[in-house]
Each structure stands twice: as structure tokens, then as C-alpha cells.
Design a protein around this ligand. Structure first.
Ligand code: UT7
Length: 324
């Protein structure tokens, strides 16, 4: 029997509301900061912030609908939904189950969430690929969706300026030829303290601090160290040289992390998709958002070789190498 491969056949994304500029955010929350500090240290100038009542499943629905339309299929054709999110609608049911309901799928295939913070989309893509390649599923919807604004402490200038809300989605299908060439995911839970939201629901209350806290410099150092390594791991597994990469699509955390990883890999800046300036860090949504922007702007074309990489709380990190 010939091997089953897996490829992306459609992408979609969604950003809520109007872009909020650095100066606007600073004024809104009376932060001791400046547009210049934020732009120079992070590359961020704008982010989108969801209105009250807008949920991760709502953002996921918009992105998923666009990906389904781009793939030329219908929601009923989807037999697997994986949503990567750290800002789910509820403790349970999963955001994926709520998304499945919003899409009108009844008696469908598996739907579940993946929690790997900013590496969540790479984790979800890796899992979906394995379901499809095993032959158990034919068409997967993989989404990264976040309302990170809900877990930000607006009095902490060191974190609240960095993040934004949004969602990105892809449709993956079984195929005769690859597709996804290689994936790699890793974690080291001993770094759980340097980026966390250490709150939980118990006894009808929130216990602990339900806001994002981060040791920015420790995260920065960790990210720069692991991203190039995991990118090389998938390049080697897929037998592709860095020079053959048409587009590097990194998790959009900080322009300096993006640039430093690209440089280490020998990938020139003009081959890197950068959205951090306009989106901020949208955690699990950032890679599929950047992918969709690249596709819809006409820069990323069918047949291109793409390298996706990300790192996030946990700590978790991963990369995916694919032909579109
Ligand atoms: O998805 C992964 C998520 N996280 C990341 O990728 C973040 C990785 N880390 C970073 O991007 C950077 O570490 C930051 C952008 C968060 C911070 O940049 P930095 O160059 O590491 O700054 P720092 O933390 O060393 O802070 C330098 C100074 C401090 O003031 P003092 O102690 O020198 O007086 C901070 O209090 O900058 C201050 N500062 C700010 N000043 C103006 C921190 N945030 C701000 C701000 N505006 N928003």
C-alpha cells in the first residue's frame, strides 16, 4: 500500500476590531512607556484586541470559515478539529467542541484542544498530520486562536504591550505526495516559571494570579537558543538545505528573536514573513495568521517550501517543514 501523505489545502485568519497603536494603548492604560521603546525593543506597533464577549471560539470560527472556503470544501467534510489555545472559552468543553458546534458539524470526528502556549499551532499541526498519515482521518481543521488580552495585567508594562488577539486556521488533507515533510516538537517543563499564568478555578473562585507573568530576558535567551536547533532538526529530517527554504514563518514574538533565528539559519530577511509589527504576539494564532497573510498577499505560492517554528510557555518549542 502506498504511503499516505498530508498537505495544507487552505488557510484563513481573522483579527478582531481595529488595530490599536502603541500610543493609544499607553494612553488607555496610563503606562510609563513610549511608542519608541516598544517598537525598538519588540518591533510591535499595533495589535488587535477583542471586545468583551468575543471568545476564542468566535475568532476561531471566522478564521476556520475562511480556511474552509479557501480549501473549497465544506464544514461537513472535516473529520478532525484541533484548536491550539491558552485562552479557551471555558474550563470545558473544549474550544474545538464549541467551534465544531459553531460550524454546524453534527456527529463529527474528534474535536479537542491543545495547550502548548505559543508553540500550540506547531503541536496541533504535528498531531493532525499523524492522524491523517495513519489513515484514520481524511481532512483536519487546525486552528490557533487566542484572546490573550483577557490574561494581561494592564498595569504591567513589561508584558501588556507585547500581546494581541486573533486566530489563524489551516485545512489539512490526505494526499499522494508530501505535503508536510517533517515536524519536531519538544518541551522542558523545568522552565515552567519563566512564562506562566499561575491561576486556577477551584471552589467557585479563581485561585492564584490569573495574569500572564514573564521573565522577559530568560524567555528571550531560551527562544534564541532552541529555535535554530529545532529548525535544523526538521531541515535535516526532511533532507532540505536552509537555502532551499522559500519562506520562514516564525512565531511572531519579537522582531529581534525572528531576525536572530533567521540569521543563525542563514535565511535572508526578505524570506521571513513578519507580522509582529501589526499583530503583536498572538501566541498560538501567530504562525497560522502569518501564513495566511503570506498566502493572501501573493508572496507565498503553491509549491513553495516553508519552515514554521515557534517557542512558548512550558517551555515548549517546535518546527514544521512543508511544501505548500
Ligand atoms: O511567545 C513568547 C513570549 N515572550 C517573548 O518572546 C518575550 C521575550 N522577551 C522580550 O521580548 C524582551 O525581553 C522584552 C521586550 C519583554 C523586554 O526587553 P528587554 O530588552 O529584555 O528589556 P528588560 O526587561 O531588560 O527591561 C529594560 C528596562 C527595564 O527598566 P530598568 O529596570 O532598566 O529601569 C524595564 O522596566 O525597560 C523597562 N521596560 C519598559 N520601559 C518602557 C519594560 N517594559 C517597558 C515598556 N516601556 N513597555
Amino acid at each position: 500500500m502506498s504511503q499516505i501523505h498530508c498537505r495544507i489545502v487552505g488557510t484563513g485568519s481573522y483579527l478582531p476590531g481595529e488595530p490599536v497603536g502603541n500610543d493609544q494603548l499607553i494612553a488607555r492604560h496610563q503606562l510609563e512607556s513610549s511608542d519608541q521603546w516598544i517598537a525598538e525593543r519588540t518591533g510591535i506597533r499595533f495589535r488587535h484586541l477583542a471586545d468583551d464577549g468575543v471568545s476564542a471560539s468566535g475568532l476561531a470560527f471566522e478564521a476556520a470559515s475562511r480556511a474552509i472556503a479557501a480549501a473549497g470544501c465544506t464544514a461537513a467534510d472535516i473529520d478532525l478539529i484541533i484548536v491550539a489555545t491558552s485562552t479557551p472559552d471555558y474550563v470545558f468543553p473544549s474550544t474545538a467542541a464549541l467551534l465544531q458546534d459553531k460550524l454546524g458539524i453534527r456527529n463529527g470526528g474528534a474535536a479537542f484542544d491543545v495547550q502548548a502556549v505559543c508553540s500550540g499551532f506547531i503541536y496541533a499541526l504535528t498531531i493532525a498530520e499523524k492522524f491523517i498519515r495513519s489513515g484514520s482521518n481524511k481532512r483536519a481543521l487546525v486552528v490557533g486562536a487566542e484572546v490573550f488580552s483577557r490574561i494581561l495585567d494592564w498595569s504591567d508594562r513589561g508584558t501588556c504591550v507585547l500581546f494581541g488577539d486573533g486566530a489563524g486556521a489551516v485545512i489539512l488533507e490526505a494526499a499522494d505526495a508530501a505535503g508536510i515533510l517533517a515536524t519536531a516538537v519538544h518541551a522542558d517543563g523545568s522552565y515552567n516559571q519563566i512564562l506562566s499564568v499561575p491561576g486556577q478555578v477551584g471552589g467557585g473562585e479563581v485561585i492564584g494570579r490569573p495574569f500572564l507573568q514573564m521573565d522577559g530576558q530568560a524567555v528571550f535567551k531560551f527562544a534564541v537558543k532552541v529555535l535554530a536547533d529545532v529548525a535544523r532538526e526538521v531541515l535535516s529530517a526532511g533532507n532540505i538545505a536552509a537555502e532551499e527554504i522559500d519562506w520562514l514563518i516564525p512565531h511572531q514574538a519579537n522582531i529581534r528573536i525572528l531576525q536572530s533565528t533567521a540569521k543563525k539559519l542563514g535565511i535572508p530577511p526578505e524570506k521571513v514573513i513578519v507580522t509582529v509589527e501589526r499583530h503583536g504576539n498572538t501566541s498560538a494564532a501567530s504562525i497560522p495568521l502569518a501564513l495566511d497573510e503570506g498566502v493572501r498577499s501573493g508572496r507565498i505560492k503553491r509549491g513553495d517550501t516553508l519552515l514554521l517554528e515557534g517557542v512558548g510557555g512550558g517551555f515548549t518549542w517546535g518546527a514544521a517543514l512543508l511544501k505548500l
